[in-house]
Design a protein around this ligand. Structure first.
Ligand SMILES: Cc1ncc(COP(=O)(O)O)c(C=O)c1O
Length: 257
């Protein structure tokens, strides 16, 4: 039910760490109130929901090819639209709204949002590796599931049911200190750091960012709790067996196994 008179202009739904949100629930809300649905699939290339690739479900979708993504063009990304007309409009706006005249003539406000050709070429080549990289990420996820299966109080972020296909961009855990004997997310992070293994808290929620401190926030502290207790673990496509052994030893030391 809407608590405000007007619905928002758009919903931006993020597939965090490559995992889809419940697109049925969010999609039906969006269509009920006629709100545009924008999929932030920056992290989710290759993931799917009910057999539809993430970024192609909403009215618009975005994919990022930033340096830390499964495929990188060293920066930039893709906007996915639903029609040729939208594509032309977007390309026009992304090319400084220049018209096809022999002199510079801008018929509206545009920007330079193009992906450079050389960057695009890097991306095209890497698409051949996508399936391979997805397999590697999935293997990382399986490794963490096995590593933590007998450690109580650690929940590995996984697909809730078969409608969800994550690309497992990053493998993440939630730590429940009431079940780990008091061991917190930060204890694990610092302990891994001592062994020169990088891990990071889950994303800091937007409303906790200083920039947005004066803006209204609607919610019931779910994301704060995730931020406090969640940890992203080493998840690169190039994680080796030796890396896994180091991670295993380090984690087992924390949990005294
Ligand atoms: C969920 C999400 N949205 C948007 C972005 C921004 O993408 P880019 O770095 O390509 O601008 C990122 C990260 O890079 C992200 O993880």
């Amino acid at each position: 039910m809407l608590k405000k008179e007007k619905p928002p202009k758009a919903i931006i739904v993020t597939s965090l760490y490559g995992m889809s949100s419940d697109m049925d629930a969010i999609g039906s809300f969006a269509s009920k109130y006629n709100v545009k649905l924008i999929e932030d699939s920056a992290e989710a290339l290759g993931g799917a929901y009910r057999n539809e690739k993430l970024s192609t479900i909403g009215d618009y979708g975005i994919l990022s090819f930033n340096l830390n993504k499964i495929i990188t063009t060293a920066g930039g990304g893709i906007l996915v639209v639903n029609s040729i007309e939208e594509k032309q409009k977007v390309l026009h706006l992304a090319t400084q709204a220049k018209t096809n005249l022999p002199y510079y003539h801008h018929d509206t406000l545009g920007y330079n949002y193009r992906l450079g050709h050389i960057n695009a070429a890097l991306g095209v080549i890497q698409f051949k590796e996508l399936e391979y990289n997805l397999k590697k990420r999935k293997a990382n996820h399986k490794f963490y599931e096995e590593l933590f299966q007998h450690i109580s109080g650690i929940y590995v972020h996984k697909e809730p049911d078969s409608h969800f296909i994550s690309n497992h961009w990053l493998s993440a855990i939630l730590v429940d200190p009431s079940k780990t004997g008091g061991i917190t997310r930060e204890d694990i992070r610092l302990s891994l750091e001592k062994d020169n293994i990088e891990s990071r808290p889950l994303w800091k929620p937007m409303h906790m960012q200083p920039l947005y401190k004066d803006y209204p926030y609607y919610g019931n502290k779910v994301c704060e709790t995730l931020f406090e207790n969640g940890l992203c673990l080493p998840s690169g496509s190039n994680l080796t067996n030796e890396d896994r052994e180091r991670i295993t030893n380090s984690i087992n030391q924390i949990f005294d196994k």
